[in-house]
Design a protein around this ligand. Structure first.
Ligand SMILES: NC(=O)c1ccc[n+]([C@@H]2O[C@H](COP(=O)([O-])OP(=O)(O)OC[C@H]3O[C@@H](n4cnc5c(N)ncnc54)[C@H](OP(=O)(O)O)[C@@H]3O)[C@@H](O)[C@H]2O)c1
Length: 309
């Protein structure tokens, strides 16, 4: 069994390589998703040591949670799997709005429990901040749900540093999920020091910069066919050069670019676990190989510098 780690100060113990499942049923986020491939990649992960799944109401919406619920149930291993989900979005007519009110969060947890076919959620996040709700009140509502046994740990995502401080006034926040990768390192400035000092675990999203940091693209890639901010021409081209330097480190270790990139995140003090996403089972298996490599102190610093220049 792979080494297991605690997520921050929680009693959640997991393989440090988890699985992001926004492409499992996330039809509103990605075109032409194949649900069978989605179910299969979750099964593959579970069969190969992954025990931490990250989903959300808005992936689908609802469909990702439903599919995770199905696959976890069929596995018969609910008690061995740590499920994280998130909510805050709600439909207001045709619009989707964000609501952090205690009443809505309670309702959102109850509805997520149904879709996930479970009676507790291991880690529940407020997915995005709203404008009006005091953040300590929102988290206070989650603490109440923790006391009732409906959730085991509390997370917030996409909060500013000020919102995080307000949310954590009573020390109830266990996990912060935010964007972080070698191309987007803003979180290092204020969020990392705060989470480290307050026993909060930082879980980075977009760790592979939507696939760019796997090293699978080159100068012939047709960027018109790629969606997302990491595929803007200037950033893309500058990143290809840096990736070639990472490839050299990877080659020397008999590994591949994605493994070196993912392993580097696990050397950050603020980070205990990562949740790379996947669209196919092979990608899940590939990302798990990260656990086979160990970066030296010199390599860690070199990677830092390559992406700081
Ligand atoms: N809290 C939030 O607001 C928030 C926001 C975004 C994401 N998230 C969470 O964070 C997770 C991770 O983010 P993400 O999935 O959007 O981005 P990511 O992890 O940076 O990239 C995942 C994508 O990279 C490609 N990929 C993954 N492994 C690969 C491999 N070994 N070889 C080649 N390509 C590979 C796949 O896309 P292709 O096959 O299309 O290249 C996959 O869908 C999500 O799944 C979600 O659970 C949270």
């Amino acid at each position: 069994m792979a080494k297991q780690v605690h997520i921050g100060k929680t009693d959640l113990v997991v393989n440090p390589i988890g699985l992001g499942t926004n492409a499992v049923g996330g039809h509103n986020l990605f075109p032409n998703l194949d649900e069978n491939a989605g179910r299969e990649l979750v099964r593959t992960g579970l069969a190969n040591g992954i025990n931490f799944l990250d989903t959300a109401f808005i992936y689908g919406p609802k469909r990702s949670e439903e599919m995770i619920g199905e696959v976890v149930k069929e596995s018969g291993k609910r008690s061995e799997i740590v499920i994280a989900t998130k909510a805050a979005h709600k439909f207001a007519g045709n619009e989707i709005v964000v609501d952090n009110s205690p009443a809505f969060l309670e309702q959102a947890v109850d509805e997520a429990l149904q879709r996930l076919q479970t009676d507790y959620i291991d880690l529940f996040y407020i997915h995005f901040p709203d404008k009006d709700t005091p953040k300590d009140e929102a988290v206070g509502a989650l603490q109440q749900l923790r006391n009732e046994g409906k959730i085991r740990a509390i997370g917030v995502s996409n909060f500013s540093i000020e919102q995080l401080k307000e949310a954590n006034k009573d020390g109830y926040v266990d996990v912060y999920q935010g964007e972080y990768n070698l191309l987007a390192r803003e979180a290092e400035k204020e969020l990392f020091p705060y989470v480290i000092n307050n026993g909060i675990s930082f879980i980075p999203y977009f760790p592979l910069a939507s696939g760019l940091l796997t090293g699978k693209y080159d100068k012939n890639t047709n960027l018109d066919e790629k969606r997302g901010k990491f595929f803007k021409k200037d950033l893309f081209e500058a990143t290809l050069e840096k990736i070639e330097r990472i490839r050299k480190i990877a080659n020397d270790k008999g590994a591949e670019v994605a493994h070196v990139v993912l392993a580097w995140y696990l050397t950050r003090e603020a980070i205990d676990v990562i949740i790379p996403g996947a669209k196919r089972s092979e990608q899940v298996l590939h990302n798990l190989k990260t656990l086979d490599i160990q970066l030296t102190e010199t390599e860690i610093q070199e990677i830092d510098q390559i992406f700081n220049s």
